[in-house]
Design a protein around this ligand. Structure first.
Ligand SMILES: [Zn+2]
Ligand SMILES: [Zn+2]
Length: 284
């Protein structure tokens, strides 16, 4: 079942917040601190416009792009020993079947109760994009969070600079409306910057280990179970930090922060530690 893309209340809240922060930062804080006709004022306005544009552009792609539909024709190839389609980490390698969608689940795919379908390499369902974050839109979601953090911190610095300059003026010169804008913007920007920075840090950690949020939680349980019987659990898709980064963000470091998606593959199969060991032994 394909998803039907719809505008939800949280999406309108995010877009309104971006519009409000952008407008007040450019036309009140930059204008108040430097003036938009000066070179530092213009430079700050251009930088903020570029990061805000990248933020909205990636946000919209994350909303409209299908996160990864399991093809109706998908069949696990159990004969091929070199391409293990079994989920290595759970249930002793049983084939995974979704009762609700009536098809086999490729590795790393999960059923989303909200989208009512299976999603390839599912990370989580995000209410702020009214969509699942999965195989096909994970990178744009990450790039969106990155530019959102940069824009928020930049706007916060400009708010602070403008506020300090205004504080040196006479009380009467600062209008009540400007004071209200400082308060509203501060109340928006401080928690947003903190929350988005934590979210960005979390996803950088996940990318470095090539895990999804679901796999992180499954891994905690698997590690505990393995320790109980004296084994060591290893996440099967962890190929080392650099290979993990390139498999998620792309092979070209200059496009890591662009919404490119050519490198992601079908999402039905992912390179594992097992593949790495096989290719290393055949090269010997
Ligand atoms: Zn399903
Ligand atoms: Zn979902």
């Amino acid at each position: 079942m394909r998803r039907s893309c719809s505008i939800s209340l949280p999406i309108l809240v995010v877009l309104s917040a971006i519009a409000y922060i952008y407008y007040t930062t450019v036309f009140i804080f930059i204008e108040g601190w430097f003036g938009l006709r000066t070179s530092p004022g213009l430079m700050n306005a251009v930088i903020l416009t570029v990061t805000a544009f990248m933020c909205i552009f990636n946000y919209v792609i994350a909303i409209v792009r299908d996160p990864g539909l399991v093809p109706a024709t998908f069949m696990p190839d159990i004969e091929d020993a070199e391409t293990p389609v079994h989920e290595i980490k759970r249930k002793g390698g049983d084939l995974r079947y979704c009762q609700k969608c009536s098809h086999f689940k490729p590795p790393r795919a999960h059923h989303c109760r909200i989208c009512k379908r299976c999603v390839l390499r599912m990370d989580h369902h995000c209410i702020w994009i009214n969509n699942c974050v999965g195989h096909a839109n994970y990178k744009v979601f990450f790039v969106f969070v990155f530019y959102a953090v940069i824009s928020c911190i930049h706007a916060l610095v400009l708010l602070f600079g403008s506020f300090v300059q205004d504080a040196q003026k006479d009380e009467e010169q600062i209008r009540d409306s400007t004071r209200t804008i400082y308060i509203i913007s501060g109340l928006l920007l401080v928690p947003l910057s903190v929350a988005l920075s934590i979210l960005l840090g979390w996803h950088i950690y996940l990318i470095l280990w090539n895990k999804t949020t679901i796999e992180y939680h499954e891994g905690v349980r698997a590690m505990w179970l393995a320790e109980k019987v004296g084994n060591v659990y290893q996440h099967p898709y962890d190929l080392g930090p650099y290979e993990n980064l390139t498999s998620v963000l792309g092979p070209n470091i200059f496009t890591w922060l662009c919404p490119t998606a050519r490198h992601i593959g079908s999402g039905l199969r992912f390179r594992t530690v097992y593949d790495k060991m096989v290719s290393a032994s055949t090269m010997r």
